[in-house]
Design a protein around this ligand. Structure first.
Ligand code: MRU
Length: 365
């Protein structure tokens, strides 16, 4: 991701001081671009819990670096299983978090000597792989935008996305937005409809910010506008990210994604879900019945934060403080509404057979 002419990842180990991991603070965006230091396991844990980092791939990578910081802090006496258990409980829906923790636990198993170095190498490998897989997702998804551009004879391709599945949600590139960036790099005219994504507004504060920095044309829309603009022929393609995808292709993503899939189906608009293989959960089949859905603090519904005219950040109530409210973070889009899955290995049908064609290892013979 380029910010003011400099390339950034969303998380990295300091080149001069290997005791420090740095992140882009996503709570400060879009009003301030700030880098925050993680020096202890507890810093990584709170960054995930407080959503200074968020997005499936990035919480996985942060968990990996958190395990590294735990090993570093406690040397040979550390208990990686305990650190892993605490991290896994921090955010329950995205598979990437548990996947990264399990991978770190495998790397940390064995003799205590050299554990810190093994943790560093594995966390770096997880970060590098996340970025590379997202780059490849971009190239596979690019084909869909190229085909739409051909059909439109040079008119901009209008894509709709929900939440933030861009570079900020991963180590770099993003999943749903990677094809958009690949198209923009090739001069293909593309325009993105950005859902604001209540209650935490990741679309308004992160996706819009990212697209703007990249120079991609976009318009921010209210979450409820998607169906209307689809009915009016203003959307050619929907691409969202995913936080967990089951063996038959059901996909959990930010709350509200399911309604976009329904509207897309009613209007004959292709609906794709983009994610790296770390988001698969092959132990689950029926996403609706099995995927754990995070329920967050109801104050996220009752209040909203933003910048005042004087530049300060304020949180205001939008209803009476004692208003009963519920706040589910994710919903599940059944595979039958998904046109295809865009992964680092290519695009496949959202079905057991489709997934097996790209990931034969998903089901032991
Ligand atoms: O709650 P968040 O911001 O961590 O939500 C996850 C997401 O960013 C979205 O659901 C996204 O579309 C999938 S993760 C790349």
């Amino acid at each position: 991701m380029n910010i003011a002419g400099k390339h950034y990842r969303t998380i990295w180990l300091d080149a001069e001081d290997p005791r420090v991991v740095r992140i882009i603070d996503q709570l400060a965006l879009p009003h301030r671009f700030e880098i925050v230091e993680l020096r202890r396991f507890s810093d990584a844990l709170s960054a995930i819990k407080d959503m200074r980092v968020r997005g499936a791939g990035l919480i996985g990578a942060t968990a990996a670096w958190g395990m590294y910081l735990a090993a570093l802090g406690e040397g040979d006496r550390s208990l990686p299983e305990e650190a892993g258990r605490i991290l896994k409980a921090a955010r329950p829906t995205a598979s990437n978090l548990a996947w990264a923790v399990d991978r770190m636990l495998r790397a940390l198993a064995g003799p205590p000597e050299g554990r810190v170095e093994r943790a560093r190498r594995e966390a770096q490998a997880i970060s590098d792989e996340d970025a590379e897989y997202c780059r490849r997702i971009g190239l596979h998804g690019l084909r869909l935008i190229e085909q739409a551009a051909e059909r439109k004879g040079g008119e901009p391709v209008n894509l709709l996305t929900h939440c933030n599945a861009g570079a900020l949600a991963f180590v770099d590139y993003g999943s749903a937005l990677a094809p958009v960036y690949a198209a923009a790099d090739r001069g293909i005219p593309v325009h993105v409809w950005v859902d604001e994504t209540r209650p935490r507004n990741q679309g308004a504060s992160l996706t819009a910010w990212e697209l703007g920095r990249y120079g991609v044309a976009y318009d921010l829309i209210a979450d409820n506008a998607g169906g209307h603009i689809m009915q009016h022929g203003m959307v050619d393609l929907v691409i969202t990210g995913a936080d967990r995808v089951t063996s038959r292709g059901d996909a959990a993503n930010k709350i509200g994604t399911y309604l976009k899939a329904l509207a897309a189906r009613d209007n004959g608009i292709p609906f794709y879900v983009a994610f790296p293989s770390s988001t698969f959960d092959f132990t689950m089949e029926d996403g609706f019945a099995e995927i754990p859905i995070e329920e967050r603090d109801a104050d996220e519904i009752r209040r909203i934060s933003g910048q005042t005219a004087s530049g300060g950040i304020e949180t205001v109530r939008i209803c009476a403080d004692d208003t009963p409210a519920r706040n589910w973070g994710f919903d599940v889009t059944p595979a039958r509404y998904i046109t295809g899955l865009i992964t680092e290995r290519g695009i496949c049908d959202a079905s057991k057979a489709g997934i097996r064609s790209l990931y034969p290892e998903c089901e032991p013979e």
